[in-house]
Write a protein that binds this ligand. Sequence first.
Ligand code: GLU
Length: 476
Amino acid sequence: MQHHKEPGFRENVDLMFHRAAAHLDLTPGLAAKIQICNSTYTVRFGVRLRGKIETFVGYRSVHSEHMEPVKGGIRYAPEVNQNEVEALAALMTYKCALVETPFGGSKGGLCIDPRNYDERELEQITRRFAYELAKRDLIHPAQNVPAPDMGTSEREMAWIADQYARMNTTDINARACVTGKPLNAGGIKGRVEATGRGVQFALQEFFRHPEDVTKTGLTGSLAGKRVIVQGLGNVGYHAASFLRDEDDARIIAVIERDGAVIQPDGLDPEALRTWIAQTGGVKDFPGADYVADGAKLLEAECDILIPAALEGVINLGNADRIRAPLIIEAANGPITAGADDILREKGTVIIPDLYANAGGVTVSYFEWVKNLSHIRFGRMQRRNEEAHARLLVSELERLSADKQLGWELAPDFKKRYLQGADELQLVRSGLDDTMRVAYQSISEEWHRRPQVKDLRTAAFIVAIERVAASYRAKGL
Ligand code: GLU
């Protein structure tokens, strides 16, 4: 995807690291220690499929163990390679530090096009991959906890969890060996949509900072903003749906593998997703214009651009033509370091990946804690909170029965007030708080240091300082 003259993904992440580290007073040794990727395992294994043995290549890279377990997804894609997995593992370190999840950074990948295999075959492959990783402690509740990423979902996580449990029959915390599991296999409510929800919460928080919004030339709130989304996968789809349904943003174009669809009045992401599932692409989606060269739409006029697919899609080849004043990186690494320089010069505001898509790992953290505590969030308090609320409601009802006071309770007050928070509400509240607090820490750096011109550098600064503090505390 990247422009041929540009460095690779890992070098791009390193360039971004160095740009931020230059503002900090780190000893050169410590900076290098933080930046370097600690280890990358390559596993090659055979699986008997369709009567013959097929060999697969997979990776698990551990970027930083300043906190353990290390955390990060497992990606299934044909182009997975060591360079990419290491870049993604590094991003996980900074991401976790930024949103204060107590993890180091890791990432895994398997070179495979999952569309070429049926479900049974994928299960065989996944179980074998999980076996290879688990026997090296590269899947472990206390050391290394994978999660879904591109090309994987709840389904693969359930197989991984089961495989680990079979290999560790007496480990009471076995379920915490992986996150993003289905609810019936130890998952948590709200994990599937968590990354998309996090993108929405990030944008909401950004728009709560008028002095930051001013830098984009935009005004007001998210309502009515024209949004272009690249990639209607798990992240892009949920982000687009929430922004449209809850913030009244307009999804004016969606870019997918086979091209883009445009509708200035706004597309319905759900209908479009159903269409893609039925027809295999966005082409001929009713009521929208189709453009075969989808990537061109990245350059279209809009208020907010959301790259939610691959890395390197905004690069030296198109950066100077990008017109969106605000870009939020729902994907990991969608903007190369070179493109980032051009956009920064132009004044484009970029809400960077390490913050923007951290919703996934944040809710993974809640899931991991749930697994270790062996109890659903809210189970102990919910009815007790309701009982307290009922006391207040009864008292208010008694007072409003006194006609002389002239009080009347709003029609739905009782129902709403009486409802104690369930797991989903608690997860959302935890995620919302996390995204708000993290943005505030980034924005503060941005304003505090006149030399820091962009949110990415500010975010890296916050993250690197935290990782550095953790290493120093260890006496390094
Ligand atoms: N793969 C996701 C990411 O890149 C989630 C990682 C996790 O939950 O551990 O952030």
